[in-house]
Design a protein around this ligand. Structure first.
Ligand SMILES: [Ca+2]
Ligand SMILES: [Ca+2]
Ligand SMILES: [Ca+2]
Ligand SMILES: [Zn+2]
Length: 225
């Protein structure tokens, strides 16, 4: 018996988290079980030498579980990992992936045993500091390292608002917003409006409208200081 090794599909999953979230906190990461795990049946135990919920038909001493720390980013809480967990769970529920046996996350467990809905998890650790992924004990899926779809797309509303606010006041943001205001094709033009070359101009820029408004009103002269 060689090893122990983490099954290849979960090595690939961990590599995807590493690649998508460089600098992520790995404090609650894990794969091979500690002494406590070895007292009970766990996918974190090496399958040829430890107690596991399933058996396979090879002699490779494999671990079939991976824990990923919730802190994929410094900010944003667990939202990013939650989005990845949901993406992976839904891929299994819709038959696009079949590599996992179960996922445990935030007091819930989803499993291929019952079609991947979330059920309440009654184990001791409620899994709020990490997500647990168990792989199947099937050679073909153990060795399947195709992409899992981990990606940094989930952004909280608060993060988005903060980013947009800082962008809008940056030089790049001001320049981009100014170019939008000057772009033709935003606001319906008055009937008969033309471009400088005489061709019809159905839609004008916000800057054109503002210029026309300014030209049509009598400026209020501020009182002398
Ligand atoms: Ca094995
Ligand atoms: Ca952490
Ligand atoms: Ca195996
Ligand atoms: Zn675990």
């Amino acid at each position: 018996v060689t090893g122990p090794v983490l099954v290849a599909c979960l090595v690939a999953l961990r590599a995807e988290f590493d690649a998508q979230y460089p600098g992520r906190d790995k404090g609650a990461d894990g794969w091979i079980g500690d002494a406590a795990h070895q007292q009970e049946s766990s996918d974190h135990n090496p399958d040829e030498t430890g107690r596991t919920p399933f058996e396979d038909d090879d002699k490779i001493n494999e671990v079939h579980a991976l824990d990923i720390d919730k802190d994929l980013r410094a900010a944003g809480g667990a939202a990013a990992l939650n989005a990845d967990v949901e993406r992976i769970r839904l891929a299994h529920q819709t038959g696009r992936d079949d590599r996992l046996q179960n996922i445990i996350w935030q007091g819930r467990i989803a499993s291929r045993s019952w079609g991947w809905d979330w059920h309440t998890y009654t184990g001791a650790s409620k899994h709020f500091d990490h997500a647990h992924f168990s792989a199947r004990y099937v050679t073909a899926t153990e060795n399947d390292t195709s992409p899992w779809g981990v990606k940094e797309t989930d952004v909280t509303q608060a993060e988005f608002n903060a980013w947009m606010t800082s962008w809008a006041t940056s030089e790049a943001g001001k320049s981009a917003l100014a170019s939008v205001l000057k772009r033709d094709g935003i606001i319906k033009a008055p009937a008969g409006a033309t471009n400088a070359d005489g061709t019809p101009n159905e839609f004008v820029s916000a800057a054109t409208v503002l210029s026309a408004v300014y030209a049509s009103v009598t400026p209020v002269v501020p009182p002398a200081a």
